[in-house]
Write a protein that binds this ligand. Structure first.
Ligand SMILES: Nc1ncnc2c1ncn2[C@@H]1O[C@H](COP(=O)(O)OP(=O)(O)OP(=O)(O)O)[C@@H](O)[C@H]1O
Ligand SMILES: [Mg+2]
Length: 246
């Protein structure tokens, strides 16, 4: 089993069931470094489970999950913690600590997980906050942020450790179209300027069409379509065609 240097994430024949319910059935796909994958599918089709398998927060019943150069299935906690350092995760609800300011929320992972000095941390936090247009908001507490600001703050937190791969679970849900488009632009800028691979779970077809190099469609446990927006628009799967064109 050789590792391919250009692959960011690869699933090989992944099976995952909860009890009698099969959530992923023989799912295989790959996405390259610096590419954006949008994961579409109806509610309950295993999109969030797919992200959790990449983070190795869950184990598949069988199959392999490659992250960068490593199969994370069966990996011990020590090596897993090193692999997870390559991953940024944007939670659906942004998941900030309410008792910390925005600045402190971003500085925390840096002081915990890196050997950076206070000045270096300050530099990174300010740069990332500025990148997401929150450069003047570091002293605010999460409760003082609007929904769109919270999403951007969550994105900043996912980016502060400079991940090679960013996983985002519905980064623009609950936002108006313009704010959602701003989030998509930020994600695309991160990909283009830093070569970050993106795996974005979304129900937003417009967003997917704007951001995706590859689209994957899950339906009833199966990967029913995978390819460029154009290819998936012409897929044999009705569900896939409808999800990408509606
Ligand atoms: N820890 C778990 N234990 C048992 N069942 C689970 C667990 N996690 C997910 N499931 C089940 O797996 C299926 C897929 O869940 P998942 O969260 O991946 O859906 P999703 O595609 O993200 O849906 P949505 O668009 O609503 O977020 C669901 O039927 C869910 O109930
Ligand atoms: Mg989900």
């Amino acid at each position: 089993m050789t590792a391919n240097q250009n692959i960011a994430v690869e699933f090989k024949r992944v099976m995952k069931s909860f009890g009698a319910k099969r959530v992923l059935n023989d799912v295989s796909f790959q996405i390259g470094q610096g590419q954006a994958l949008c994961l579409l599918g109806r509610s309950g089709t295993g999109k969030s489970v797919t992200l959790k398998l990449i983070m190795a927060l869950m184990r598949p019943d069988s199959g392999e999950v490659w992250v960068d150069q490593d199969n994370v299935v069966g990996m011990g906690e020590h090596r897993l913690s090193l692999v997870r350092r390559k991953l940024g995760y944007l939670f659906q609800d942004a998941a900030l600590f309410d008792s910390l300011t925005l600045y402190e929320n971003l500085a925390l992972p840096l002081s915990r997980l890196t050997k950076k000095s206070k000045d270096e941390i300050d530099e990174v936090v300010q740069r990332v906050l500025t990148d997401v247009s929150l450069g003047a908001d570091g002293a605010k507490y999460p409760s003082a942020l609007s929904g769109g600001m919270r999403k951007r703050a969550g994105l900043a937190r996912a980016l502060v450790l400079e991940p090679k791969i960013l996983l985002a679970d519905e980064p623009s849900s609950g936002l108006d179209r313009i704010t959602a488009a701003e989030i998509d632009e930020l994600l695309t800028r991160q990909k283009l300027e830093h070569g970050t691979a993106l795996i974005i779970v979304t129900h937003d077809v417009h967003g997917a069409r704007r951001t995706a190099d590859r689209v994957a469609v899950l339906d009833k446990g199966n990967l029913v379509a995978f390819g460029s927006v154009e290819e998936v628009s012409q897929s044999e799967s009705d569900v896939a065609r409808r999800l990408i064109t509606e």
